[in-house]
Design a protein around this ligand. Structure first.
Ligand code: ZN
Length: 321
């Protein structure tokens, strides 16, 4: 009897550890973003990751938060520690998540975010060099022009004082050739928010394998004229939503993957406001990109409601426990 009990105990322990091992761990970092949607978009991304069945998600928030008023009702739903509102982004010397506990770090920081403490920056660099995963969403590429290693991770960034010294513009020309333009000029632009077509440029990658060649993205800002070191970077998808970009033959990066040390980075420029985060194209590429950044593989099926070339597709977001 004793041996049966111990056998049961062993098998129970095994199944517990198997369950624990099945889920990947994600950390969303947020607190300072010029995009008023951020308290809500953190909850949206957290729920997308959790409902995929692949991830457990925690949120690390700066103690001092800015631009939270419009969506303040969403703040507690993220499960982050309570924070103190400020009129503008203020450095938080105590912000020091243990990145090493997670398979991916998702940045929901944005334009003007205050600098992280030096040690926290170093910790992210070390985590990535040793094989961590980073997911940068939309305005995450606006933050920290003054942090060279972060700019190597994201490849391209916009605004925040970036200029010719930040690195080349990188885009696909009208012939489908990648252009790296070191010429002078500002950094970061977008047209009016609208639906626009995403063109896939590399469908051999696990993130994009099986996706349609063209798909209509929900109402969003189409970022353009980003600059950065763009090392070890592959552009998976582009878009050109304004007559100016189309006439210039500039197809701007929308989805990118990079390696940084042994780490993997998925960078999506999509995700300005609620409509964009509800777009099925955003949701699916975000989830596939997150899984790839965590494991190097993608196991998810492409859902039936994925957008078509001429028709966007959205899922109205409701918070579910
Ligand atoms: Zn935006």
């Amino acid at each position: 009897m004793k041996s049966i009990v111990s056998l049961l105990a062993v098998s129970l322990l095994c199944s517990l550890s198997a369950d624990a091992a099945e889920k990947l761990k994600a950390l969303i970092v947020d607190g300072q973003n010029n995009h008023a949607v951020w308290p809500k978009s953190t909850v949206m991304m957290k729920q997308y990751l959790e409902k995929s069945g692949l991830f457990d998600v925690e949120v690390a928030r700066t103690r001092f938060i800015s631009n939270f008023q419009r969506e303040k009702d969403w703040l507690p739903l993220a499960g982050a520690p309570e924070a103190e509102g400020k009129d503008k982004p203020v450095p938080d010397p105590s912000f020091s998540p243990d990145f090493t506990k997670y398979h991916i770090v998702v940045s929901n920081f944005g334009y003007g975010a205050a600098d992280w403490p030096e040690q926290t920056r170093k910790n992210l660099e070390d985590y990535m060099k040793k094989g961590g995963g980073l997911v940068a969403v939309h305005a995450a590429n606006n933050s920290w022009a003054n942090w060279p290693e972060f700019n190597k991770m994201i490849g391209l960034g916009g605004w925040g004082g970036r200029n010719q010294k930040s690195g080349p513009y990188v885009y696909f020309d009208a012939n489908g050739k990648v252009v790296r333009d070191d010429g002078p000029g500002g950094c970061g632009s977008h047209g009016p928010q609208q639906e626009f077509v995403i063109t896939m440029r590399d469908k051999t990658h696990p993130i994009t394998k099986g996706l349609p060649d063209f798909w209509m993205h929900s109402k969003d800002e189409c970022y353009s004229k980003l600059r950065g070191p763009a090392e070890n970077m592959t552009i998976l998808a582009t878009a050109a939503d304004t007559p100016e970009l189309k006439n210039a033959g500039r197809n701007e990066p929308m989805l990118m993957v990079l390696s940084y040390g042994k780490g993997r980075v998925f960078h999506t420029t999509l995700g300005h406001d609620t409509e964009a985060f509800q777009g099925v194209g955003f949701i699916v590429t975000f989830l596939r990109g997150s899984e790839w950044a965590a494991t190097g593989k993608v196991t998810q099926e492409i859902p039936k409601d994925f957008p078509a070339a001429d028709k966007a597709s959205a899922r109205h977001f409701e918070h579910k426990k």
